[in-house]
Write a protein that binds this ligand. Sequence first.
Ligand code: GAP
Length: 465
Amino acid sequence: MPDYSLEDIVSLAKRRGFVYSTSEIYGGLTSSYDYGPLGAQLLKNIKDAWWTEFITKREDMVGLDSQIMLHPQTWVASGHVGSFSDPLVEDTKNHKRYRADHIIESWIEQHPGAVDHSFSVEDLSIAEMDLFISDHGVLSPDGNTLSEAKDFNLLFKTGIGAVSGEKDTVYLRGETAQGIFSNFKQITDSTRVTLPFGVGQVGKSFRNEITTGQFVFRTLEFEQAEIEYFFNPEESDWRALFSDWKEAMWQFVTHTLGVREDNIRWRQHTDAERSFYSKDTYDLDYHFPFGWKELWGIAYRTDYDLRQHMQHSGQSLEYRDPHAGEVFVPHVIEPAVGINRLLLMVLCDAYWFDAERHRTVLKLSSNLAPYQAAVFPLMKNKPDLVTKARAVFATLLQSGVRVTWDDRGNIGKRYLYQDEVGTPSCITIDFETLENDTVTIRDRDSTEQERMPISDLQHVFNIKG
Ligand code: GAP
């Protein structure tokens, strides 16, 4: 297990303005979090990195921004109205609700050796979960008996128009993917894309999750980033495409987000766990403080979704090959991730208690850190230092560097604060600056300081002249 706890992350996130509980003044709202000034920037940096890597930099990808509320038939076609559910059990005394699979998982963790290694909770049907709970006398976290498990649909329902009724029911989208499928024809008709190509979109999804207590890992409202990569199964080898996408996901996490390889792993879904229409599914797991958990999923969904929408809409979603003239329904590979889960991973992976110097550091890479630099006047009561520091700060700010100003307390305290929020460089304007236009720049991780001419900051922060 990592040598820090989830509480360490939650506490730093709150203390330093990354993540707050939603509506805290009213006592909070279950599984809901707001992103403070630093968290909002970090979230945006991750989102932008995802969009740049998977949309902007690829000639075979285009972006989309579909609505949160789609035609309700969308969710009938996709299967969400019928079967987008979790197994729910209720404490028979205090009526608190839990996910049956999570209750069983935590019972297994507390009873090592009770089931053999090959046992997988994910493979259990609802009836098998009930049997497990009664056979093993599994109780609620408060020590009470549990009700029978039942399916609990995760879609949030709402209504449009002045008079609400069944015919006005709409759903808050449970995933961003369906907006891509329902726009497939419009995209191929209105752009010059040819197979194989992918459509990506980032946006809010909503799920009435039963599980609580995992911070931003699982929330009611979250930012999803999904790709549907369409191809002709007669022409493209799905295994090769699947493995290319797996590699792109791995590279994004380790290279773009700077996460350590030791902390991620692939897990293939078992036959029982995989959706019936999927030919292969993998999860990219991260080693969170509460165990190895799914970060990002990838599934080969065949032509299931497009065919479902064809059947329910009565419209053709076929593709006509511009060269061979062949008409067919494309197949699809879907890499789907939650941006908030990426953010939690990034915070966990960057968290470092530097025992030698007794400080907490967020080792965020410069492309993700909310602030790339902080500028300090050595002393705030020396007008010459403040004026000079303000000029350096303004230049960096105007050049688009994410930079912050700090003149509170002594320099040591300012360093500690910037280390905790992950600012890679601290620039100090001191008396020598006034003489020769040089500044010190301190590195967050090594704490080493280098003196350099102010003009060199342009290279350090990649500012175009
Ligand atoms: N279209 C496929 C799909 O939605 P999923 O595994 O249900 O697949 C994809 O979701 C990703 O979305 C997950 O791997 C996770 O990163 C993120 N995600 C799902 N539910 C979430 C929740 N309640 N809170 C935060 N992120 C969530």
